[in-house]
Ligand binder design. Structure first.
Ligand SMILES: Nc1nc2c(ncn2[C@@H]2O[C@H](COP(=O)(O)OP(=O)(O)OP(=O)(O)O)[C@@H](O)[C@H]2O)c(=O)[nH]1
Ligand SMILES: [Mg+2]
Length: 302
């Protein structure tokens, strides 16, 4: 029997719904999702099976105009994901249409898209009426030669099966790249750090979520079947540490509880999660922090 397999990069502006789509395709929460922009920081792979095809989805950080070193590393990771893929899917938001950001991505795709299939997925169709959608589809297809256009709601699941079936047929003939039952290839310590970062993003405001990072320092399997997980939250200022801890430690407590519950559900066993906040003014310029995030650190790229 012929098998197919390949990489499908999901690219788009921050908040387009890339991680939501990856999770839906995989059927598990592999990549964190929030209502805020710039949630995903690195490339995250999730694996789905469709018939005899193995679809390796690559979630990427949103594409935007980078200002800081971290932004640049994220955007480079996203374009790198597209350049390594067999199929690229550009996600745009139905309710936002062709923004300046989308226009810039189309320019970038003119290069990266050469020699690979680029499809369009108009996401969040639950938020607009049919005539708006058809107008948008026509307008964007006049500007770029997409091989196919899909109208989906990653959150509600509309149109997602059609997209999956199309992808399954488009991928090259190949042996499967992962064991059939594997859904992700991120190490557990990184998935756990991302879970904590998601809870922090949801509870903190303004710039703070972008100026912190979470690392799993230690993972200990206990005899009773539970796991003890120690994580460090790096922030850049004393004031940020105070905010992360919250009044009488309330914020960190609720973050810790929510992250622990999610981790326990993911692992199907008990977890003891310990969070510690550390002020590290220069973490955004430390190579080691980038490798922990799965990003490339470029020297002199301040
Ligand atoms: N209404 C609606 N909301 C959606 C849909 N898909 C995703 N969302 C929401 O859009 C927001 C952003 O979703 P994400 O999946 O985190 O977006 P992303 O593209 O991964 O964002 P970054 O990681 O920041 O680049 C979340 O609040 C989702 O719940 C959809 O089909 N309909
Ligand atoms: Mg994301």
């Amino acid at each position: 029997m012929t098998t197919r397999a390949g990489f499908i990069a999901l690219i788009g502006e921050p908040n387009a719904g890339k991680s939501t789509l990856l999770n839906r395709m995989v059927g598990a929460k592999v990549s964190i999702v929030t209502h805020k922009v710039q949630t995903t920081r690195a490339r995250i792979r999730g694996v789905a099976m469709e018939g005899q095809s193995q679809l390796v989805f690559v979630d990427t950080p949103g594409l935007f105009q980078p200002r800081r070193r971290l932004d640049r590393a994220m955007v480079a990771a996203a374009w790198g994901g597209a350049a390594d893929a067999d199929v690229v899917i550009l996600l745009i938001e139905a309710n936002r249409g062709i923004t300046e950001g989308v226009e810039r991505i189309l320019e970038g795709l003119a290069d990266i898209g050469k020699g690979r299939k680029v499809a369009l997925a108009i996401n969040k169709i639950d938020r607009v009426d049919a005539p708006v959608l058809l107008g948008l589809s026509k307008e964007i297809n006049d500007r770029f030669n997409f091989v196919e256009t899909f109208m989906i709601s990653a959150e509600r699941g509309h149109g997602v099966d059609t997209l999956r079936q199309w992808l399954a047929a488009e991928l090259p003939e190949s042996p499967w790249l992962y064991p059939e039952d594997q859904i992700a290839d991120l190490p557990m310590r990184m998935i756990a750090a991302e879970m904590t970062r998601e809870k922090l993003i949801l509870r903190l405001h303004q710039e703070l979520p972008y100026q912190l990072t979470v690392e799993t320092e230690n993972w200990e399997e206990r005899k009773d079947g539970s796991a003890r997980v120690d994580q460090l939250i790096y922030v850049v200022r004393d004031g940020h540490k105070g905010i992360v801890l919250g009044n009488k430690g309330e914020t960190i407590k609720s973050v810790s509880k929510a992250a622990r519950e999610e981790l326990e559900e993911f692992l199907g066993r008990k977890v003891h999660l310990f969070l510690q906040v550390k002020v590290r003014p220069n973490w955004l310029d430390e190579a080691e922090r980038y490798s922990e995030m799965g990003l490339e650190f470029k020297d002199g790229n301040v």
